[in-house]
Design a protein around this ligand. Structure first.
Ligand code: HEC
Ligand code: HEC
Length: 347
């Protein structure tokens, strides 16, 4: 906790300090602050083809053994958008994977937002899914995780992923496996699509709203759309623990992580869902020194943030948040009448 608080405050000053890639700890916790790989040729693993069809749908519904498109089995595929709601695709945006051997795979989205590759992804024979997809800690189940799984099982092919568009970078918190128990390869669109629980796979510095007033910002009208559009699905109420991924995630304590850091950004005052208590929006603002707000420091390029960088200091969303914080970071409702500000001022 102490370390995280320090990192939060010092995030911008220590941007040069980054954890190095380490194959011995290919786990959610071990990779949460891993910087996006650089120095590779962007799009080097694109595979030729039109691939303009079924944007947003699960590619693996057809691109699987015995499926309609059995001739084309992609190790990674999906659709990239400019927004989490998936209203706009993002041609040219980059999808980057790094496997346990350090191999970097780079894909670019085409005109339909689609990407796909058959580049091999290295095996981690200690991937939990390949030992039966167990979600309980090792000591409770008696499955022999010390014995490596078959490296030809696609569930041992796991990777850390990032999506990038200019300075906007979204690291995926979970380490994802390529395959399912049936041996078929999965698609990012399985979870990430406009209608999916996790929203579309997206990365863009585009503002959440077309414009913001210079003063008098309202939480409900201007701020909530930014936080709902960009900070979900990570900073939400309830359990947000990553699943167990590899042998190093097992044991006590588990290195599985809470990818909300106990912070709920869709509830101003935080939440208590089934006993899971989380701090709210109010806990990460600093009204006397708005730029020092953890909410702003964590989300700039170069900061150590499991969720990545969302904007820079001149972006409309950043400026709107900063202005609202400077105005007291109130839980104020929108009212079209200037005369009734309709403030909910219990905080
Ligand atoms: C409803 C079934 C279905 C879905 C869903 C589907 N595909 Fe396909 N796809 C096919 C079929 C069938 C072919 C083979 C066409 C052929 O043989 O000419 C194909 C071929 C392809 C090809 C190679 C041929 C070409 O178009 O150049 C690419 C690339 C491709 N699909 C990408 C994708 C991606 C990416 C997704 C997910 C966003 C996806 N497909 C989803 C059925 C599907
Ligand atoms: C992909 C998941 C993800 C998204 C999206 C995300 N975050 Fe995070 N965030 C994390 C993780 C993981 C941590 C814990 C590790 C860390 O401190 O970086 C975290 C930590 C934080 C913290 C520090 C909390 C504390 O008290 O220590 C703040 C503040 C924060 N995020 C703000 C934001 C804001 C604001 C947004 C949206 C603009 C956002 N995050 C989007 C994953 C995410």
């Amino acid at each position: 906790m102490k370390r995280l608080a320090f990192l939060g405050l010092a995030a911008l000053c220590i941007a040069a300090v980054e954890t190095a890639y380490d194959k011995t700890n290919f786990s959610s916790a071990g990779r949460v602050y891993q910087p996006v790989p650089t120095g590779h040729v962007v799009g080097k693993d694109n595979v030729p083809g039109a691939g303009l069809h079924h944007a947003g749908e699960r590619c693996d519904n057809c691109h699987k053994k015995g499926g309609l498109a059995e001739a084309y089995l992609w190790t990674a595929s999906g659709t990239l958008y400019a927004d989490r709601a998936g209203t706009q695709v993002l041609p040219g945006g980059e999808i980057i994977l790094q496997d346990r051997e350090g191999n970097v795979i780079s894909l670019t989205a085409n005109a339909a937002g689609n990407f796909w590759t058959n580049a091999p992804i290295a095996s981690n024979p200690y991937a939990v899914a390949s030992h039966g997809g167990i979600t309980e800690p090792l000591y409770e189940i008696g499955v022999d995780y010390l014995k490596p799984a078959d490296p030809t099982d696609p569930r041992t092919w796991i990777y850390k992923a990032w999506v990038r568009n200019g300075t906007s970078i979204r690291p995926m918190v979970t380490i994802a496996p390529v395959g399912s128990a049936t041996g078929n390869y999965m698609s990012c669109n399985m979870h990430h699509n406009p209608k999916g629980s996790r929203g579309a796979l997206w990365v863009s510095p585009e503002p959440a709203l077309p414009s913001y007033p210079a003063r008098g910002l309202k939480y409900t009208k201007h701020i909530a759309p930014i936080l709902n559009g960009k900070c979900v699905p990570c900073h939400i109420p309830g359990s947000t623990m990553t699943r167990l991924v590899t042998k190093s995630d097992l044991g006590t304590p588990s290195t599985s992580i809470d990818y909300s850091q106990g912070l709920d950004l869709i509830n101003y005052r935080g939440s208590d869902t089934g006993g899971i208590v989380k701090r709210g929006v109010r806990s990460v603002v600093n009204t006397t020194n708005p730029e020092q707000s953890l909410m702003l420091q964590k989300t700039l390029p170069g900061a150590w943030h499991g969720g990545g960088a969302f904007w820079d200091q001149s972006s409309p969303d950043y400026l709107a948040l900063k202005q609202w914080i400077a105005e007291g970071a109130r839980n104020n409702l929108y009212s079209s009448s200037q005369r009734s500000l309709n403030l909910l001022l219990s905080d």
